[in-house]
Design a protein around this ligand. Structure first.
Ligand code: KIV
Ligand code: ZN
Length: 568
């Protein structure tokens, strides 16, 4: 059996008696650093070309990132060239710091400074691996040997910075594979590095703690971060950064808990591109803050531009369920969800805080349209169908018709096997309920009310051969029904009818919907007209027309009409 969990040792939890982070609440955005152009780029099947890098850089600047890792210039000529291009073509805004990664090797550090020459300000990011597995199996070095690499690297970083005094330098150190490093050793290395850099004497320093591989639950990572924050020397003089990967699918959660545990800064990529399962997704984490009423200090309102640029640069498409950004993340297909959303949106008033069932944030904030929220397939119910007709066609249906029509929509969706769009729903409604056959078209009506009720005279049918009927009843519908009963010799029982005044844009002023039994058959119809009475009477004729189509003996209506035709 290859599938054997016993192969894997469990990650040992951190024995921590003074755990405080679970009670902390994030109240402000961390400093963000986007590593799309380095960690993200390193992980691509086809690394970005210069045009793609420039496009990504410009997007990151536009979104508000102030720290952007632009590459690993000492390891890659294209990264070196891109770094030079940014500096020489003056493409870095004054308030943005570029960051370049280098291993803690003197010749690579030297080359990194060459790449960064002339920058107004820059972060030199030096790393070496510190975990047990890397020490023992990759480098064959003990703790001392690994710490020496870090200290020597820190010294070379400091020495080269002194050669380029015109640039404002920030130094960053990452104990790579931090999550697999014994905490006391991580602290020992960090202290040794800051002993060289002396942030307490004014040198800006970032200590970046990477979950190079996500090895445990996010709470364990938070414990590791809190532990380091508590134990390192010069804590108040360094910025603690985290750089999580998503191997267990918790990259964002780990970064969030790490911020609760004391991290000041978060590295990640847009949409989470990066090695293996990716880096921490900056879009998700920033939007999580936003949805809690915290300014993320990034402008993510143009989400479609973000996904378009990321897709074009990484050649990776966005999952339709990607948090906040996917095509389907604000869409409800399920009937009960649609109903709840419709009710909450209808109750919302300007200035209300957001409180809509099933929608964690207002899709509008990300440039999405409410049209996308309710989409119809065979899982949808009456609420969704009614919502679409109301939203797109200003047509409100009575509840009984919502129930009846949604079944028809469901049947149509089942038949086509997928989604049914708003236009198809409307044309189905038109075909099924609104269609007026010429032989049943209302031409004129005259209603007289006296103490016995209403006397109705109606003219309908072909324009060239209209038919006139007369009847009496307590109201107009009853009077016209009785005229039809007399004319065709069957009983009409009106079960429901509703009239609505219509808003702008429908080309009619009124909609009437009617459900009746004629000759023992159920039928329903709707009509649009200039006024509510015309709409109601037309709906009545259209409903009876359906019975005439279903019942053999009434079929000869056309001849009847002709027989009784009156001259126009
Ligand atoms: O994942 C990682 O450890 C890295 C470091 C170089 C920061 O990308
Ligand atoms: Zn990484």
């Amino acid at each position: 059996m290859a599938f054997d969990h016993r192969k894997y040792p469990a990650f040992r939890p951190i024995a921590k008696k003074d755990r405080r982070w679970p009670d902390k609440v994030i109240e402000k955005a961390p400093t963000w650093c986007a590593v799309d152009l380095r960690d993200g780029n390193q992980a691509l099947v086809k690394p970005m070309n210069v045009a793609q890098k420039q496009r990504m850089f410009d997007l990151l600047v536009k979104l508000g990132f102030k720290e952007i890792e632009i590459g690993f210039p000492a390891a890659s000529q294209p990264d070196f060239d891109f770094c030079r291009k940014l500096i020489e073509e003056n493409r870095i805004p004054d308030d943005v710091k570029i960051q370049a990664l280098t291993q803690a090797r003197p010749e690579l550090i030297e080359r990194t400074y060459e790449a960064l020459r002339g920058a107004r300000s820059a972060i030199v990011h030096v790393y070496n691996s510190t975990s047990t597995v890397q020490r023992e199996q990759v480098f064959g070095l003990d703790r001392r040997g690994i710490c020496d690499i870090a200290v020597r690297g820190a010294q070379v970083v400091k020495d080269f910075a002194a050669r380029y005094p015109d640039t404002e330098w920030t130094f960053q150190y990452s104990p790579e594979s931090f999550t697999g490093t014994e905490l006391d050793f991580a602290v020992e290395v960090i202290d040794a590095v800051t002993e060289v850099w002396r942030p307490d004497e004014g040198q800006p320093v970032i200590i970046n703690l990477p979950a190079t591989v996500e090895m445990a639950t996010p709470n364990v990572f938070a414990d590791q971060i809190e532990w380091v924050c508590d134990k390192i020397l010069r804590r108040e003089h360094v910025s603690i950064s985290v750089h999580t990967h998503n191997d267990r699918g918790c990259g964002v959660a780990a970064a969030e808990l790490a911020v609760m545990a004391g991290a000041d800064r978060v590295e990640g990529t847009l949409m989470g591109n990066g090695e293996r399962t990716g880096n921490m997704d900056l879009v998700t984490m920033a939007m999580n803050l936003y949805s809690q009423g915290i300014d993320p200090e990034l402008d993510l309102s143009g989400m479609s531009e973000i996904t378009e640029v990321v897709e074009a640069c990484t050649e990776i498409s966005t999952h339709p369920r990607h948090p906040y950004a996917g095509e389907l993340v604000f869409t409800a297909f399920s009937g009960s969800h649609q109903d709840a959303i419709r009710k909450c949106l209808a109750l919302r008033k300007d200035g209300d805080t957001w409180n809509v069932a099933y929608l964690p944030i207002d899709p509008f904030d990300l440039g999405r349209r409410y049209e996308e929220v309710v989409r119809i397939n065979s899982q949808s119910g009456k609420g969704g169908v009614a919502y679409v007709l109301e939203r797109d066609y200003n047509i409100s249906l009575p509840r009984w018709l919502q129930i009846e029509f949604s079944k028809e929509v469901q049947k149509a969706a089942e038949t086509n096997g997928g989604e049914i769009d708003s236009m198809s729903i409307h044309s189905l409604f038109e075909r099924r309920y609104l269609k007026v056959h010429d032989e049943w078209a209302l031409r004129a009506y005259d209603l007289h009310r006296d103490d016995q009720g209403v006397r109705a005279e109606v003219t309908f049918g072909f324009e060239s051969a209209p038919v006139r009927l007369e009847g009496r009843g307590l109201g107009a519908v009853e009077a016209v029904s009785s005229a039809l009963e007399n004319r065709f010799g069957f009983k009409i029982a009106v079960e429901a009818y509703d009239e609505f005044a219509l808003g702008e844009g429908t080309g009619a002023n009124a909609l009437a919907c009617i459900r009746l039994t004629a000759d023992g058959k159920h039928c329903s119809a709707a009509a649009l007209a200039e006024d509510t009475t015309s709409a109601t009477l037309q709906a009545l004729f259209s409903a009876v027309a359906q019975v005439s189509g279903q019942v053999g003996e009434i079929k000869p209506i056309q001849e009847n009409i002709k027989e009784r035709a009156i001259s126009a």
